[in-house]
Design a protein around this ligand. Structure first.
Ligand code: ATP
Ligand code: MG
Length: 567
């Protein structure tokens, strides 16, 4: 293709309101057009990259037996009623509308329920299973913050795959093969060495899930990696041990109650008592199913509700309301603690609190905090301490004793094991060999295709522009003609035809721009191989060749050029 045929133009500057690096670069180079925040159109250049990524994903999904299909973007309300997600407040990303006759419809933010509804009609016997289907489809999500360019769109392309298996064993085998297939995808697009398979929180509907997290400065997630191994955890589930606190007193002091009306929050309390935050505690009250629970962590930590839920084995866990707190403790919020803990409240204490000496805790009386508290002497020492804290910088992986390395990451993929929970909810069953009804084992597997393109733009770029790899680049060669005389035009046109005859896709800058501008465009657009034809190269009967990732150009004859590009 010639640049003169492209309707897009490069720009030296991105729109002022665009804050993300990936979108700035992609807009300037002419890959995407911003329609509004979180909504982008893909130009012919952008579509080529997207299609290359999709093709890699497609090949790997086909390799594990996936069958491609495409679902609809409009969905009916009834489809979502079975799992209660049409009116579920947790799903806060709905875009909903109405037909002219008033019938409610939704724009697909996920296709789990729609796919199940469809597959249910066909998969009724053990002979029909297993089946794995996938699609590339636009998802629409009313995202609150869409400031990460194409990495968080309100409209974006996802590859979503669904597996239906007859039993846990068959499901597990497919689930494992999907992890391998995903890693092959990330390897092929060049992100294999910075992508981690992490354990993630399963949420209410799943038994467990894994995420694929790619190290990326612009990512919105954090992972905790064990340095000596590739194993990593999402922040919400990272098991953690606090590093030893060096300044712990060795002598116990007398307990005292501090009267301080209005003094709440560990920062203020620590300051007032002139002790480090590490010797304060934070008590949070929760309603777990029907039980009142006090979760106690060291003052410099936050409670991790996923860990707490697991310790309690609770289905529902919610923070107690201010009125609940007043009812239970008899005090205003902010004074709950281990001293005078009302009976009937189950107390779960984090393990970072075990070594505390002379610590602070709330006294369950408005305006009172208890200082110099010691286990057993002043408050009952729990038989077991649990890990219920949100991991933070400096924390240790309990099993290996290693301090975690923390990375900023982007979630590029996510896989879920639903077990039979979802098929029970949606009544998706099959008849087994004995003629008995059994529930289908379901899994769901996503890759954010447009987010992946955004991560590539973020990770493979420099101050001059993009740096696509051969695997995803819109064209492999950027041919730059320097000179507008007949001889140069003819030489460049000839090379353009020759490269194409070798099966190489070429973007040919046939414009009359100044050389400086042409080189700047080549760098911005980021095609991996650049070839220059100019009166100078013609005189030498050679070509100037440079890789986008290298600084120095080489002068090559046609044979070396060919072997360089076709090896
Ligand atoms: P996130 O936590 O980033 O919102 P999610 O858990 O909502 O992601 P899933 O519903 O599991 O994501 O979707 C599967 C994949 O789709 C994600 O792993 C991610 O790569 C991608 N994705 C999710 N939301 C967006 C979005 N708004 N824009 C682009 N890609 C997205
Ligand atoms: Mg989301």
């Amino acid at each position: 293709m010639k640049t003169s045929e492209l309707f897009t133009r490069t720009a030296r500057q991105a729109p002022a309101e665009e804050v993300s690096k990936n979108a700035q670069l992609l807009i300037r180079a002419g890959y995407v057009y911003k329609m509004m925040a979180g909504v982008y159109a893909y130009t012919p250049l952008g579509l080529r990259v997207l299609e290359n990524i999709k093709q890699i994903v497609r090949e790997e999904m086909n390799a594990i037996g996936g069958q491609e299909l495409i679902m609809s973007s409009l969905q009916k309300k009834e489809t979502w009623d079975a799992t209660g997600r049409w009116d579920d407040e947790v799903v806060d990303i709905w875009f909903k509308s109405k037909l002219k006759d008033g019938t409610e419809v939704g724009f697909a933010w996920s296709h789990e329920e729609a796919i199940i509804e469809m597959l249910k009609t066909y998969l009724t016997s053990y002979k029909d299973l297993p089946i794995n289907v996938y699609q590339f489809q636009t998802k629409m999500r009313n995202e609150l913050r869409a400031k990460s360019g194409i990495m968080r769109g309100r409209e974006f392309i996802m590859k979503d795959m669904y597996s239906c298996s007859i039993n846990a064993e068959q499901h597990e085998a497919f689930y494992q093969s999907s992890i391998d297939a995903y890693m092959r995808v990330f390897n092929r697009v060049g992100l294999g060495d910075v992508t981690y398979v992490t354990f993630a929180s399963g949420g209410a509907f799943t038994q467990y899930s894994h995420e694929f997290q790619t190290i990326c400065e612009a990512g919105e997630d954090k992972i905790y990696q064990i340095p000596s191994s590739g194993q990593a955890f999402n922040e919400e589930v990272a098991p953690s041990r606090a590093p030893a606190f060096a300044d712990m007193p060795t002598e116990q002091e007398d307990m005292n109650v501090v009267e301080a009306e209005g003094l709440t929050g560990v920062g203020a309390i620590a300051e007032r008592l002139a002790i480090p935050r590490e010797r304060t505690t934070k008590t949070m009250l929760y309603l777990a199913d029907d039980e009142m629970v006090a979760a106690v962590v060291r003052g410099d930590y936050a409670v991790n509700v996923d860990k707490l839920r697991a310790v309690l084995d609770a289905q529902k866990l919610q923070l107690a309301s201010e009125d609940n707190i007043r009812d239970i403790t008899g005090a205003e919020p902010g004074y709950a603690g281990l001293v005078n803990m009302p009976e009937g409240v189950r107390v779960i204490v984090d393990d970072a609190c075990e070594p505390l000496v002379n610590f602070e805790t709330g006294a369950n009386k408005t305006g009172q905090h208890a200082a110099n508290i010691n286990w057993d002497r002043d408050v009952t020492k729990p038989d077991t301490f649990h890990d219920i804290k949100m991991a933070k910088k400096g924390d240790i992986h309990p099993e290996t004793g290693e301090v975690y390395t923390i990375h900023k990451t982007a979630e590029v993929g996510n896989i879920f094991n639903f077990g039979t929970q979802k098929s029970k909810d949606t009544n998706f069953s099959y008849t087994d060999e004995q003629g008995e009804l059994q529930y289908v084992h379901l899994g769901s597997y996503g890759i954010g295709v447009t987010r992946l393109m955004g991560v590539l733009a973020e990770n493979f770029s420099d101050e001059k522009g993009l740096r696509w790899s051969d695997e995803v680049a819109p064209f492999r060669v950027y041919l730059v003609r320097i000179g507008n005389d007949e001889e140069t035009i003819s030489a460049a046109d000839t090379l353009y035809a020759k490269l194409q005859s070798w099966g190489i896709e070429v973007l040919y800058d046939d414009s009359e721009k100044r050389p400086g501008e042409k080189f700047a465009d080549a760098d911005l657009i980021g095609i991996p191989h650049r070839i220059v034809v100019s009166p100078k190269t013609i005189a030498e009967e050679k070509y100037e060749y440079k890789k986008r990732t290298e600084d120095e150009a080489e002068i090559l004859d046609i044979e070396s050029l060919k072997s360089r590009l076709t090896q």
